[in-house]
Write a protein that binds this ligand. Structure first.
Ligand SMILES: CC(C)(COP(=O)(O)OP(=O)(O)OC[C@H]1O[C@@H](n2cnc3c(N)ncnc32)[C@H](O)[C@@H]1OP(=O)(O)O)[C@@H](O)C(=O)NCCC(=O)NCCS
Length: 119
């Protein structure tokens, strides 16, 4: 949409990162369904690459894959593909996200918790 664009008329990088964060959250939410974690927070974003511009009117599709886990950490590879009328799937942006599983405390704050899961 026009409001997602930068001054050049291509997708604003910060918007792309926001969408990737949501995509990673969804994968993590599914991963943590059968654990005692209440939620997970974004802890780090690494190796982000903007490979191809995305223009107003293009679609963007996201693929999220959990690639490894630690005690509380979950590492997710996110690939964002652009789709147009002429083009089915072109890798536009990649990044690796680290989420940390957390438990909500009585005072409303969060602390990390082991999720006891592997991929
Ligand atoms: C998430 C949070 C509760 C974790 O707190 P913490 O007790 O200090 O724990 P740490 O972040 O040091 O470590 C947690 C895990 O993250 C990993 N980690 C820490 N920094 C990392 C980095 N830069 N890259 C990858 N992994 C990292 C640690 O190795 C640890 O993994 P493990 O438990 O699997 O061994 C706290 O850092 C926090 O609240 N951060 C802000 C989160 C936030 O606001 N995100 C944006 C909105 S969602």
């Amino acid at each position: 949409m026009p409001q997602d664009a930068n001054v050049l008329g291509t997708l604003f990088g910060g918007q792309m990162v926001s969408w990737m964060d949501i995509s990673a959250s969804k994968a993590v939410h599914r991963f943590l369904k059968d654990t005692n974690a209440d939620a997970a927070l974004t802890r780090a974003i690494d190796a982000i690459e903007f490979k191809e511009p995305v223009h107003v009117g293009n679609w963007v599709n996201f693929e999220a894959k959990i690639i490894s886990t630690g005690r509380s950490s979950i590492h997710i590879q996110i690939d964002a593909y652009k789709e147009t009328k002429e083009l089915d799937k072109l890798l536009a942006c990649t990044a690796r996200f680290t989420f940390v599983s957390v438990k909500k405390l009585q005072d409303g704050t969060y602390e990390k918790v082991d999720h006891n899961k592997t991929v």
